[in-house]
Design a binder for this molecule. Structure first.
Ligand code: G3D
Ligand code: MG
Length: 203
């Protein structure tokens, strides 16, 4: 059951990233379709988005957790029940890419996030000299570090709104709702039983 007391399923999406990457601006641009001045996030911001997939409605609860160094050790407390991790990068700040890469690697090591879909939002594409999607993909070595999960890199700008709706749409198609996981377990179980039956009837 959802937090709002409805039976509509909910999927938790966690937005991480270094301070100043644009996480809070993205969240408010998506929610209110306008630019909202932000102050460094202490604690977290959370917003809900009603989305639809194959005529089925569900809610994405998007958690934006503060990105300053002293806040990052709290990121782990949000891992449980997260169905998609979004990591926002300031594509124009090349000097902080090694730091961002270290945080991505730490995050993906989390046991609670094993197999969890991963999205990088390559934000601030409106700034001259911003790193491109392929530069970010290669510098984070994403093909290797995301070999065991679904992932993509989305170019975007929270200032103009470019790429944000598309990111939300792709994320809503990517999350595996708990009910679907249960269905998959059932399907796998059925397949295994059929296989065993078929095998034993051959002997
Ligand atoms: P954070 O929540 O990740 O810490 P914020 O980051 O959302 O607070 O944004 C940090 C700064 O980056 C803000 O500027 C914000 O306006 C700016 N910013 C966010 N997204 C973009 C973008 O796509 N393009 C550009 N050019 N700037 C962006 P200030 O000046 O308020 O610190
Ligand atoms: Mg913030």
């Amino acid at each position: 059951m959802g937090q709002r007391g409805s039976t509509q399923p909910e999927a938790r999406v966690l937005i991480l990233g270094l301070d100043n990457a644009g996480k809070s601006t993205i969240l408010y641009k998506l929610k209110h379709n306008k630019f909202v001045g932000t102050v460094p996030t202490v604690g977290f911001n959370v917003e809900m988005f009603d989305v639809r997939r194959n005529k089925k409605k569900f809610a994405l609860t998007v958690w934006d957790v503060g990105g300053q160094a002293e806040m990052r050790r709290h990121w782990r407390s949000y891992h449980q029940d997260t169905l998609c991790v979004v990591f926002v990068v300031d594509s124009a700040d090349r000097s902080r890419m090694p730091e961002a890469k270290r945080e991505v690697e730490n995050t993906l090591k989390s046991v609670q996030l094993r197999g969890c879909p991963f999205v990088i939002l390559a934000n601030k594409q409106d700034v001259d000299g911003a790193m491109t999607v392929s530069e970010i993909r290669d510098s984070f070595d994403l093909r290797r570090i995301c070999a065991d999960r679904d992932w993509f890199v989305q170019p975007c700008s929270a200032s103009t709104g470019f790429g944000l709706e598309e990111a939300l749409r792709k994320i809503s198609h990517m999350v595996k709702l708990p009910s679907e996981s249960a269905a998959t377990v059932k399907e796998n179980f059925k397949d295994t039983m059929n296989y065993i039956k078929a095998k034993s009837s051959r002997h």
